[in-house]
Design a protein around this ligand. Sequence first.
Ligand code: ADP
Length: 166
Amino acid sequence: EPSPFLSGDALSRAPPLREQTLVLVKPDAVQRRLVGDVIGRFERRGFKLVAMKLLQADRSLLDRHYQHLQQKPFYPALLAYMTSGPLVAMVWEGYNVVRSTRAMVGDTDSAQAAAGTIRGDLSMHVSRNVVHASDSVETASREIGFWFQQNELVAWESGDSQYTYG
Ligand code: ADP
């Protein structure tokens, strides 16, 4: 794996970094036909899609995914929301993808989310905030394991790497 501290010529000669993150397009966004908008933002940014599926999440999967929130007063409502219809789970790959994706998603509280972010553009309330994105590289690796089998991740080379990474 190349160093994350490569820059300039060294970066241009290195293969693109393999950092990955989990993005969920939540049930409100599927109902509102926003799946394509969300995917388009990651494609235009230059990230590489390496896994994607539409599924109905069940409680045991969400209990694992949201383990850190199970004691929160809003957890039952969060479960009801996340099981209310199908969602789209995706894995995106690329340089600093975890941090970049969090910036693209915006603040958890939609009212605080900056315009231009997914939540700032497409959502009005914390309880219907359109997307999930992993908050660290460690969390991402764990979360990808909750939602995908290893053989559902597709390793492929995109032809535009030298233009995407400069
Ligand atoms: P994020 O999704 O931005 O990483 P958290 O991990 O804190 O944020 O929360 C997970 C999800 O739980 C949020 O995206 C949102 O769907 C829901 N949530 C968080 N806080 C609230 C709240 N106060 N009321 C309702 N739902 C909430």
